[in-house]
Design a binder for this molecule. Sequence first.
Ligand code: HT7
Ligand code: ZN
Length: 864
Amino acid sequence: PLIIRRQDYLPPAWLVPEIALDFALGLDATHVTAKLNVRRNPDGNGASVLRLNGDQLAPVAVRIDGQAVNDWRLDGPDLLLDLPGEAHQVTIETQLNPAANSQLMGLYASHGMLCTQCEAEGFRRITFFPDRPDVLSTYRVRMSGDKAAFPILLSNGNCEATGEGPDGTHWAEWYDPWPKPCYLFALVAGDLVANHDSFTTRSGREVALNIWVRKGDEGRTQHAMDSLKHSFRWDEEAFGREYDLDLFNVVAVSDFNMGAMENKGLNVFNTRYVLADPDTATDGDYDAIEGVIGHEYFHNWSGNRVTCRDWFQLSLKEGFTVLRDQMFSADMGSPAVKRIEDVRVLRAAQFPEDSGPLAHPIRPDSYQEISNFYTATVYNKGAEVIRMMRTMAGPERFRAGTDLYFDRHDGEAATCEDFVKAIEDGAKLDLTQFRRWYSQAGTPQVSIVADHRDDTLVLNMTQVVPATLNHGGEGQPEKQPVPIPLKLALFDRETGTHRGEQLIVLDQAEQRFVFEGHSRPPIVSINRGFSAPVAIEFERPAKDLVFLAAKDDDAFARYEAMQSLVVRHLIAVVGGNLDERARNAERGAIAEAFGAVLFDPTLDDLMRGELLILPAEGYLAEQFLVADPAAIHAEREALKAWLGDAMKDDWQDLHDRVSAAPYSRDAAARGARKLKTQALAYLAAGAPAEAKTRAIVQYRKADNMTDRQGALMVLAGLDGAEREEALADFHARYAGNALVIDKWFSLQAGSLHPKVLEHVRQLAEHPDFTMNNPNRVRALYMAFAVNAKGFHAASGEGYKIIGDLIRRLDPINPQTAARFVPSLGRWRRIEPKRAAQMRAELERIAAEPSLSRDVLEQVTKSLG
Ligand code: HT7
Ligand code: ZN
């Protein structure tokens, strides 16, 4: 396979300052004429050959400076032209079949509309072009098509002219004055309606805002519109960034490979991150919409105005933009709850990546297929790395750094190094050693031993960044220490107070931190706010954790103490290291901490809900070198059942209290809904009959999707006619609403029901299931792949289901297929019997005669 390496970067030989595109649109035949004004790059290698990337394209016609030529040649998928002069006009015609494009990259059809997805390398499926992010052009786009089929014609920038054509056709011409890489090009044509609004920027520019959806969906766009306006305002206030066109369009598409796409002035969204109303969207859906709308909008500066030099720099825009969307959501809601949720995502998705065969630094060194690098490492760890810079600099100095970055690199294709240097210069921070965070994969493991003598506390710390062998790739066997900023507070165990938060930076392999003036051994609250994305090992008495869980004034630290209490208990029981008495004592300590949380009047319900969540099975598995997923599942469920039974009255009281709250979108009502389903879930584990009765009532009375889905989730895991009735009712009630039917698939595939494997097989045959819609595929199979009970079934059947899916989906949508490989790729960290079954499944995939580059890369690296 061809391996692309970061070190091999060369500037482009030719630049394309302008491109004019003409689209004669049709669902199964679209004709594209591209006129490229090209000129030799003074910083290039001087070659006279112009390489234009293509992917499954054949040129219909090629002209140079208006003259037809036929001495062009193909090099694999690419078109090569010899150009004698300094500057030329190159015209290329191509013919596409959007309806046949099941990969959803390039120009494709979705429910009668046409739309594009060009990041990372989709533009080369539309026309031949130097498809790399350091070639920036202004775009003039003309499109024509049947007016009845495509009444709305959109592209980037501003619409400059429209008109009627022959035979019921019409046309529109768009011009985007901001030079951009081709991955930010977009076109949409379809029968759409909009929610129209406007926003006035701080300098007085009036921006028209439109959210385009299919007819009938317009009533579900208001939350997205509100989120968009909040995003515009927030970026002005938090980062000094103003919008730079008179128009901002968002289009919702139901067939989409990812969440959304930040095309300049024309964001294209998965419907999932646009459409919401209380009857069909959960509180989680509302939050996700706000976050993704913000994320794509913030890319206008972090990604579009300053873009990436090459795809190795992806975290430059993605890590930074994730940090920006996290800060935005924190400011719009509860910062404490948002931080906990973000850490939970990091631990569930990124920590396993960092310790598995696909580990890579946030700035990777090589790739075969760039789509495989849109990862939790590049996005979420990338955000954590920039967050650490902010923690070390403080908010004001960090802002000076980002101001300098935007000023210095506006209009450029920049690198991660450019970003670090700008923060270094603007925030006045020495980041020499910190740069290792960009080049080393793996989650640093910090060990802490506390030693208290006289009135002095010494924290002896070590850090190890584990070797990441990246089987099949070059790997990183040896690592250097990284600077780890740790926020810390020392609580006096008698007064229950501390003298203020401090920031220490662990930057050696071994280091001592001395704290004087503590006559009693203090209780150490460390990595407050999750100030560094590391794993911490710190042996301490359960009573210290119970104290922190009940009293820490840092919300994240409180959550962390709760998690640690449960994690260490479950590690011990799974390892068979606790006798009955010790187990009961530990369960008692956990119940005590749960009680403190349940009855703490200072907590709001949203935060209370966070503190009552048990650590995820995936995160527990991470704590073992080799994990037994069945044992982890069984013990976690046993603890849940014990808590459900031992605290039955408390859960019932809680369920009664929160059920009385009327529906509203305010924080108190959202907190009540979160606790409602949590109480049900604990009851379902410990007192199933009681849970069933309550779940049926909750389902029937529900006036919103959060309650209805929560109740159905509990029922879907229990046996009996009520389960079938509720599922049938849900399906009938929401027939035709794709996003809600997705939930119906997910609830069953993710359920604790003993027949989940059989259910998943049946659901794959359901008339509503299709391999051509990524949302539907993910709804069924992602929900299943993270359902440890089903996926890790002792028979190996769960692995086979995912293996079969990958093989069947690969020819249809390789990008989506490849996203399922990591679940099988974790076999080295699973007990031997299951590991062999997982590996065999990977081998079965590898034996397929014509795998996509996407799946092949992930499978070969996973087999190692
Ligand atoms: N920047 C966008 C990435 C994206 C994408 C990448 C590969 C294939 C399809 C895709 N759709 C969107 C999304 C974002 O991070 O904002
Ligand atoms: Zn992004």
